[in-house]
Each structure stands twice: as C-alpha cells, then as structure tokens.
Ligand binder design. Structure first.
Ligand SMILES: [Fe+2]
Length: 350
C-alpha cells in the first residue's frame, strides 16, 4: 500500500516505497529503507517535494518487513557503491577532483542498508566474484568497518565518516602505475616502496575533497600502520593511531585474507578470523579485532557451513572458547567440533 506524502511533513521512520534516482540516473535511495533525518534533508536539498512511502507502518510489523526488504536490496546497493568508487578513482586518475556530494551520495545509500542488516557477509562474498580487486575490496572494507563501528556503538555521524574512510582507504592506489598494482609476482624494492606511498597519495586526495571530518583523511593515511610501529608510511604506533585507522586496518586484513589473489587462494572465513586473533599481535589493535570476531560469531549461528569432509552443516551453538569449532547439525545428527578434532569448518556457504 503506497501513499504519497509531502516531504514538508518530514515523514521520519516511514519506509520508502519506490527507488529514487538522481538526475544522472544513479540510484540515490533504494526502496525499503527507513527514512532518517539525513535522508529527508538530502531529498529536500535535491528539490524533492513528495515521495512514496508504505502506508500504516505499525511498530509490530516494522522490523520484520524492513529487514527482509533491506536484505534483498544489499546486492544492488553494493554494486552501486562499486560503480561510484570506480567513477571516483577514474576521476582522480584523470586529474579531476572528487566532489563531496559524490562521496555523500554513496555513503548515504550504503550506511542505512549496512547498519540495518545483520548478515552482510553473504552479500560481500558474492560481490567478490564480480569486480576487480581494488573496487570490491574498497566496498568490503567500508562495509566491514561500519559493522565493527556499529558493534563499538559509534554514533551515526561517526559511522558515516568511518564508512567514507573505509570506502576511500585505498583511493591513493589510483596514483600508482597499474603494472605495479596488477603485478602477479613479487614486487622489487622500488615497486614495493611505491606501493607503500598509497596511503600518502590517498591522504592528499581525500584532503582535496574537503570533507568536514579530518579523521577521514587521517584514517586513510594510517590504515597500514601497525601497533608496534612496524607499519607504513609514518611508522606511527599505539595511541598515535586513530580509532578509525585501527578499525579499517582490521577490515583491510580480514578482507585481504578472505579474497582470492593472484599469489594465493582465499582463506576460509573462520580460519581468517582465527589467523587475525592469533597471528596479528603487534599489528592490529586487539580490541578492534575482537569486535570483528564477535560480529562474525553473531552471524554464524544458523548459517550453513561446508565441513572439510564435504558435508553441509548448520551451526547451532557457538563454542565461546574456540568459536571456529561450534556445535553443528547435519539433518538429525549433531557434531560437536570441539571434540571431533578431525572435522573442521572449511567455509561458510552463501
Ligand atoms: Fe591500503
């Protein structure tokens, strides 16, 4: 049941009933989102006077119907964001400036979908097969950063700025010769040094966009710094590294580990978490890594997983001491991976 409402009535909390597109044909706001203040302000600024919303959003049916809608919108919103990043990187490569409005359009569509959906991983995994690495990686890191930030109870404004920093964290790579970026073999010393400049290039590009929050460009600059000072480009350490940079670093490592690369196959999801928890001491901030860990645990219950014996099982109970070894069910049979040491989760199925 659609109803047309006057934007001047400020229909906060209503569900948008039709997709809205910008004048150049880009999806501006997908149907199914719950209208928040920043959506309405954005529409008013763009000259909209009326929109269509779903009638009679009772509080009892609200959460169920909206999460279903949002779930189905994610692939489209992710693809849209990939295209926006592609456009921004192409503009920078060609020597043009990116406008703050382009960045805001991307994040304003992405943010409510990501914060309103529990299991974003399935959709991210699907995205990985379709686009070149830097683009899908940028969107994945933006999305995972938002989920970690949400688990840390950051404000909406902080989540927005964190999401922008995540989406743009590797934008400096468009200043590096494509032969170096795509080189399948090991890099020589000179090439490696050039790659290590991408946070500095990114910092300059993001500063040129003139976004209001300086934390965004600082996070881009610091996303390869390590807690122990062995990162790059500035060898910052510990408390000198900002929260946003720490969050993006965790999302960056996690996404890199779980993506297929020219030089190695992807690591199964739970193995990657295990690796982050056990093998990144001195690199990643442990409390932030734990938030990612908690988030993945949240989505594991009820998930279908592939075991190393080739069987598909459903996760029914998490083992808190070793979350990669939960209790799983295959039909009527339960297997406790805590005790069945020969069986382990190979991957999550999408
Ligand atoms: Fe990077």
């Amino acid at each position: 049941m659609l109803i047309r409402v006057d934007l001047a009535t400020f229909p906060l909390g209503k569900t948008l009933a039709k997709d809205l597109y910008s004048s150049d044909g880009r999806l501006l706001m997908p149907r199914g989102i719950i209208l928040k203040e920043f959506h309405l302000q954005q529409l008013l600024q763009r000259g909209y006077e009326h929109i269509f919303v779903l009638e009679d959003e009772s509080s009892s049916s609200n959460s169920g119907s909206s999460s279903k809608n949002e779930d189905t919108r994610l692939p489209e919103v992710f693809s849209n964001t990939v295209e926006n990043i592609r456009d921004m990187m192409a503009a920078v490569s060609a020597g043009h400036m990116v406008k703050p409005s382009e960045v805001n359009e991307s994040i304003d569509i992405l943010l409510p979908e990501v914060t309103g959906t529990n299991n974003v991983m399935k959709h991210l995994l699907n995205l990985r097969n379709k686009d070149e690495y830097t683009l899908q990686h940028s969107v994945s890191v933006g999305v995972m950063s938002i989920k970690i930030g949400q688990a840390m109870k950051l404000s909406d404004k902080q989540l927005k700025n964190l999401g922008i920093a995540g989406l743009l964290h590797d934008i400096g790579k468009c200043k590096i010769p494509i032969e170096i970026i795509n080189k399948p073999g090991p890099l020589n010393e000179e090439e490696f040094k050039e790659i290590q400049n991408h946070p500095i290039y990114g910092y300059r590009i993001v500063n040129d966009i003139k976004l209001p929050d300086p934390d965004i460009s600082t996070a881009v600059l610091q996303h390869h710094e390590h807690q122990d000072g062995h990162g790059y480009p500035l060898k910052a350490k510990g408390k000198d590294i900002t929260l946003f940079a720490n969050i993006i670093a965790v999302a960056d490592v996690f996404d890199a580990l779980t993506s297929d690369r020219a030089y190695r196959p992807k690591m199964p999801l739970l193995k990657a978490i295990d690796h982050i928890v056990k093998s990144t001491l001195g690199h990643l901030e442990p409390m932030v890594a734990r938030r990612l860990f908690t988030y993945i645990l949240d989505i594991s219950i009820g998930e279908t997983v592939l075991l190393n014996n080739g069987e598909k099982a459903t996760v029914v109970l998490i083992n808190e001491l070793d979350p990669t070894r939960p209790l799983v069910r295959i039909g009527d049979k339960f297997i406790d991976l805590k005790t069945e040491k020969d069986i382990f989760i190979q991957d999550l199925l999408t």
